[in-house]
Design a protein around this ligand. Structure first.
Ligand SMILES: Nc1ncnc2c1ncn2[C@@H]1O[C@H](COP(=O)(O)OP(=O)(O)OP(=O)(O)O)[C@@H](O)[C@H]1O
Ligand SMILES: [Mg+2]
Length: 261
């Protein structure tokens, strides 16, 4: 069974793209067929997976605007079993264009529907906003992962995010439950790290799953994208690679459903 997971948080720089790229890579290397859909006009996942954001490629924008199909737009990456649906700055105009169409929230869902079965996992890298690109990502997904950066303002804006998800669930009749909350840029040795973890637990702990795996701050994770490769190909043994491999295992353990608490 394939699963479409949006990596979601309107807060900028909390590790959405780093998670999409490196979790996808770890799962692909665990013999899963994986697609990353870059839904961010910044195109960071596209660059991070080694694809030039030039004009020659079909992008998610061309798919959403009906100029190309998903099949025509998918690019293979340096990791076997890991494909990319790239993005570039063209996508920044899509928000306005989409808003003028009928059913503007379900365009991504309709576009990917026929391709879902080719993959075990599809990760959508979502931009840092709660606009139409994000709502399309939630509607298209089966579940969401929310990366939360371990910092003082970590939970600011969380109520808005939950409200946006509730809106999609009730108004558009498209439930996309939280698969898990992921602590990123996390250091358990610092007071701040522990405080944020406790706050997240208080906020979500009763109702939502918090991944046992946390992602540490690791400079290799920040360096790998400039080489256009996931961290696992850049440094197989660093703490960042290890953390995303551990997260992939945790996700694999959830396969087949059941209660993951
Ligand atoms: N665990 C980590 N250790 C060190 N650096 C990290 C880590 N996670 C992310 N970074 C770096 O922090 C910056 C922001 O990360 P990333 O791009 O993944 O966040 P994002 O949520 O996708 O940002 P945006 O909201 O702009 O899309 C990047 O430079 C990235 O390389
Ligand atoms: Mg990003």
């Amino acid at each position: 069974m394939s699963e479409i997971i949006a990596i979601l948080n309107q807060k900028g720089g909390c590790g959405k793209t780093t998670t999409a790229v490196n979790l996808a890579a770890a799962l692909a290397l665990s013999d899963r067929n994986v697609l990353v859909i870059d839904m961010d006009p910044q195109g960071n996942a596209t660059t991070g997976l080694g694809v030039e954001k030039n004009d020659q490629i079909n992008t998610i924008y061309s798919v959403l605007s009906g100029q190309s199909t998903v099949e025509e737009s998918i690019i293979q990456t340096s990791i076997p079993q890991l494909d990319l649906l790239p993005s570039n700055i063209d996508l920044s105009g899509a928000e306005l264009e989409l808003s003028k169409t009928i059913g503007p929230h379900s365009i991504l869902k309709e576009a990917v529907d026929g391709y879902v079965d080719n993959y075990d996992y599809i990760f959508i890298d979502v931009p840092p906003s709660l606009g139409l690109l994000t709502l399309n990502s939630i509607v298209a997904s089966d579940s969401v992962i929310i990366p939360i950066q371990a910092e003082f303002y970590a939970l600011e804006g969380m109520a808005d995010l939950i409200q946006a998800m509730d809106l999609v669930k009730t108004r558009l009749n498209s439930p996309s439950p939280i698969k898990g909350i992921l602590l990123t840029l996390y250091d358990s040795r610092t007071r701040l790290g522990r405080d944020v973890y406790n706050n997240v637990k208080q906020y979500f702990g009763e109702t939502e799953y918090i991944f046992k795996t946390t992602i540490p701050r690791n400079v290799k994770l920040a360096e790998a994208p400039s080489h256009g490769i996931p961290c696992i190909l850049y440094d197989e043994e660093c703490s960042g690679t290890e953390a995303y491999q551990k997260l992939a295992k945790e996700i694999i353990q959830m396969e087949g459903g059941g209660d993951n608490k």
